[in-house]
Structures are given as C-alpha cells and as structure tokens.
Design a protein around this ligand. Structure first.
Ligand SMILES: Cc1cc2nc3c(=O)[nH]c(=O)nc-3n(C[C@H](O)[C@H](O)[C@H](O)COP(=O)(O)O)c2cc1C
Length: 243
C-alpha cells in the first residue's frame, strides 16, 4: 500500500449503526477472527475473550440493556472482554497461584481486549463491512455478564457490531493533529487551541457545540459519573480491586 492508500483506507472508516440484512460468509468470519487473534498482546498473555453473540434472543436482550438496537440487525456482534480467568487457569495447570494485581489486570486486559477488537474491526473494514464499538454495555455490566455467564476475572470492555452499511458515509472529524500527537514532551492546549479544536469538532454535534456534547458525558453529574460507581463495584467483584 502507498501512504496515500493508507490514508484513504483510514479515511473510509466511519461508524455504522444501520445495517442491511446480510449473513456474513464463513470465510469472512474466519478472516476477522484470525485478525483479532493476531493482535499484539501484553506479555504474550492474551488477556481478552470475545463472546460471539449469535443467539437472537441474547442479541435482543443485550441490545436493550446496552441501548444499542443495531446489535440485533448486524451481521455479527461480539462482546469484547478483558480476561484474566483463562490466565489463572493456565497458571493453576502448573501449580502456580495467580498474583494479586487488580490494577495491572485492568490496565493490560482492557488494552489487550481493545487491540483485538480493533484488529477485528479493521479486518472487517478491509472486507467492505463497517461496524460500531458499543460502550453502552457499561450501562448494564452485571446483567450482561450474567447473560453470557462470564466468570470472575472477566469483564466486558465493549460490544462490537459488524455489518454491511445501510446508511450514507459520514466523515466525523478529529482534533487537530498537534493537540493529540506531541513531540518529546506533553503540551497542554492553550485557549486558542481549545477554540480551534472545538471548531474543528463542531460538526459532530447536532447543535454545533462539541464541548457541550462532551459535558453530557464527562462533566459533573454527566453519565460517566453514573457508570463510574458501577464499574468500580464490578472491578472489585471481578478483579478484587479495592475502592
Ligand atoms: C470504546 C467505544 C465505545 C463506543 N460506544 C458507542 C456506543 O455505545 N454507541 C454508539 O452508537 N457508538 C459508540 N461508539 C462509536 C463512537 O461514537 C464513534 O467511534 C465516534 O463518534 C467517532 O465516529 P467515527 O467512528 O464514525 O469516526 C463507541 C466507540 C468506542 C471506541
């Protein structure tokens, strides 16, 4: 691929939430799962698991619990999880007790899960599919985990849907490169940079105010505060993390 082709490929990424009815051929499914497993992984441990959601009733329930109805209509849907349960089993198989590292587990298992899921999405995009990451699973961590029988040591990171787009392409902007890619030292954006960034991102929100959109999630009393307590409780139960 030439550099220009690489840029065109990534410019053609867009999140799709409306899909045509289409059963993914087995060869395509095999290729995207292969790509997921080829992701780099911390310490060779592969601290992640993907749960393929194929049962219609289960998809319906997770779609409702996560508030993302396209889980039902996508060709394929996965629950992408951080997983130290299997790691523990491997250690036990040669009489090792697993250590106590809940923060490290959270950090690297979620990293591994995101890398594998993004590899899967990129492979699907190479085959002409589009997809959507779904952090909405955080709204019902306990319920969704119970539905797919996740053991202790496994935590959902997000779901991921893949399908054939049934909506027009949208090129959603990103922040100016210099605010995200730093050279040698971190640089905090100044007031003028914040204005420029907000302007560049404005088209992402219906009222043209991206910061207001961010505030609904991340400001005081925003939805992330609600998720925070639920995840903290969940991490305590699953990874033994103190809060
Ligand atoms: C971790 C993560 C969680 C996300 N959660 C959701 C979600 O719950 N529902 C949804 O419709 N989109 C979700 N998205 C998609 C983002 O909204 C989308 O990637 C973003 O708006 C940028 O748009 P683009 O991917 O089209 O460039 C999520 C993306 C990521 C990476």
């Amino acid at each position: 691929m030439t550099p220009t082709e690489v840029k065109h490929f990534f410019d053609a990424h867009w999140t799709v939430r409306k899909y045509k009815p289409f059963a993914m051929p087995a060869e395509h499914l095999d290729a995207i799962l292969h790509a997921a497993q080829r992701a780099p992984t911390d310490a060779t441990a592969q601290m992640y698991s993907l749960i393929r959601l194929s049962h219609p009733g289960l998809k319906q329930s997770i779609a409702e619990l996560s508030g993302n109805p396209h889980i039902v209509t996508a060709s394929e849907a996965f629950l992408v999880c951080g997983d130290i349960h299997r790691l523990e089993k491997y250690l036990q198989s040669q009489a090792h007790d697993i250590g106590h590292f809940p923060s490290i587990a959270t950090h690297f298992a979620i990293g591994d899960a995101a890398l594998a899921g993004q590899n899967l999405l990129l492979a699907a995009e190479m085959l002409g599919y589009r997809g959507c990451w779904i952090g909405g699973v955080m709204n019902a961590l306990h319920e969704i985990s119970a539905l797919v029988e996740l053991p202790k040591g496994v935590i959902p990171y997000a779901a991921l849907t893949i399908g054939i787009a049934d909506e027009a392409p949208i090129h959603r902007p990103r922040l100016p490169r210099e605010q995200v890619i730093h050279e040698n030292r971190y640089k905090t954006p100044e007031a003028k940079d914040l204005l420029a960034g907000a302007e560049q991102m404005a088209s992402i929100s219906p009222r043209g105010n991206w910061v207001q959109t961010l505030a609904r999630y991340f400001a005081k009393n925003g939805s992330m505060e609600t998720r925070e307590q639920s995840l903290a409780n969940f991490l305590q139960v699953r990874f033994g993390k103190k809060i």
